[in-house]
Design a protein around this ligand. Structure first.
Ligand code: MN
Length: 438
């Protein structure tokens, strides 16, 4: 089944000139959604918006103007409020109708009266305020990169044998339940957390600011309609539950994590902050960048609830991802570049596994993909991998060194998709500066 339609035509152009610029993250073929507020100085409420070039189009204004029909108008009405949870809950037919409606309004053959009605609803992206795209009711973080698992296993558990990947990793997409209240938007500063740590050879735990602050390069999946308690989502229906994808930084305190994790998993090491990007790239926009999924070599046979022909044929997504470190007073340094296509498990498998025991997902729930590390050393998605647990510090452009993130450092994630025969689309960025401990 082809997932492509006229909205993926790489030749399609917009009457908004900046959407046709080479290298833009937001051409007509992308149309990602955010929650924003028009330029500062106005007292308007937050509302939904769609990115087009370097502009954001006010969806509350589009809805009020009645420029769309039927399901597209209903979807725009749902996007006019202060979160996108209502639109998440409308499901894939509504999302598709909105995409097709906005595409027609913004395409270069839209009539002049339509353009005239829309022009006052455009604002430069750099002059608006953003809010979290959804009210996150629940946040789950997965662990699905075998390269990340192996790299960190070597650092955290040097006493263990050759294959440092636990048997459960090879059998299912493993995860822990995270903290929704501390999910923050890109741009929100992150305060260095304090906690308990057990330094090597110390007689007892010490308390203080983490000395091993790290980032994790991830994607975040926003859930659509969700499911009733006790009614699992089958793998074949799991994609209909994906409203869209954002960049996600799972900030982590490695020394706190190492002491607290056994036997119940991460807690204080992770719950102080998780950053996400403002723009939600829909699964429809990602259709040209599907890729085949192949289980990791050496895995046991897949259990039936995690296996189907659709996932094997096109369950993976080829999303290029980068992490950059901007330290004070020096040039930014690229820490990694990789692709989500290397991941050991796909998004539909995460959803099928999350719900297989009956757990209910709700509109706007957030799933972290788990750290995204590719097979090469330059593709590692954390400091702990890059610096081998701090033993091999990075050298910054000014000659200074970093084993872990320091106060004043800014961590930036970027993502985009590129392929011959398709328009390049991007995710914008997810950034956060580290503040000193309180
Ligand atoms: Mn994580």
């Amino acid at each position: 089944m082809s997932l492509l339609d006229h909205t993926h035509d790489p030749a399609a152009r917009s009457w908004v000139d900046s959407a046709n610029a080479a290298g833009t993250d937001f051409p007509l073929q992308n149309l990602p959604l955010a929650i924003f507020r028009p330029p500062q100085g106005t007292s308007k409420q937050f509302r939904g918006g769609v990115a087009i070039g370097d502009q954001v189009l006010d969806l509350a204004g589009v809805a009020a103007a009645g420029l769309l029909q039927g399901a597209a108008q209903q979807a725009a009405n749902a996007a006019a409020g202060t979160t996108l949870n209502g639109l998440c809950g409308q499901g894939p037919a509504a999302w598709r109708a909105l995409r097709h409606g906005l595409f027609a309004l913004l395409k270069d053959d839209a009539p002049e009266p339509t353009r005239a009605a829309l022009r006052p609803l455009l604002s430069p992206q750099g002059r608006v305020d953003y809010a979290l795209p959804v009210r996150v009711g629940n946040y789950t973080d997965f662990y699905t990169s075998i390269h990340h698992a192996r790299n960190t296993g070597r650092v955290m558990r040097p006493d263990v044998g050759i294959d440092l990947v636990n048997p459960n990793f090879r059998s299912m997409p493993i995860a822990y339940h995270g903290r929704a209240s501390s999910v923050v938007l890109s741009g929100h500063p992150v305060r260095r957390p304090k906690g308990q740590m057990m330094p090597p050879g110390a007689p007892a735990a010490v308390f203080g600011p983490t000395r091993r602050l790290d980032y994790e390069l991830e994607l975040g999946v926003l859930i659509g309609r969700g499911n009733a308690l006790g009614e699992p989502i089958a793998l074949a229906e799991a994609e209909d539950q994906v409203f869209g994808i954002v960049l996600l930084n799972d900030w982590s305190a490695r020394d706190i994590q190492a002491f607290e994790m056994p036997p119940l998993g991460p807690f204080q090491a992770k719950n102080f902050a998780t950053s996400i990007s403002p723009w939600v790239v829909t699964l429809a926009a990602l259709a040209p960048f599907r890729a085949a999924w192949v289980p990791d070599a050496g895995n046991p046979p897949l259990l039936p609830y995690l296996d189907d022909a659709g996932v094997r044929a096109q369950g993976a997504l080829d999303i290029t991802l980068e992490a950059w470190l901007q330290a004070p007073g020096t040039e930014a340094l690229r820490l990694s570049r990789t692709s989500f296509r290397h991941q050991s498990w796909t998004v539909p498998q995460m959803i099928a596994h999350h719900t297989v025991g009956g757990c209910n997902l709700q509109p706007g729930d957030l799933l972290g993909s788990g750290t995204i590390s590719g097979p090469e050393p330059s593709e590692a998605g954390t400091m702990i991998e890059i610096t081998h647990g701090g033993r091999q510090p990075l050298t910054l452009p000014d000659g200074s060194q970093r084993s872990w993130l320091e106060d004043g450092d800014t961590l930036v994630l970027r993502g985009w998709c590129e392929r011959a025969g398709a328009a390049r689309i991007g995710f914008g960025e997810c950034r956060g500066v580290v503040l000193p401990a309180a």
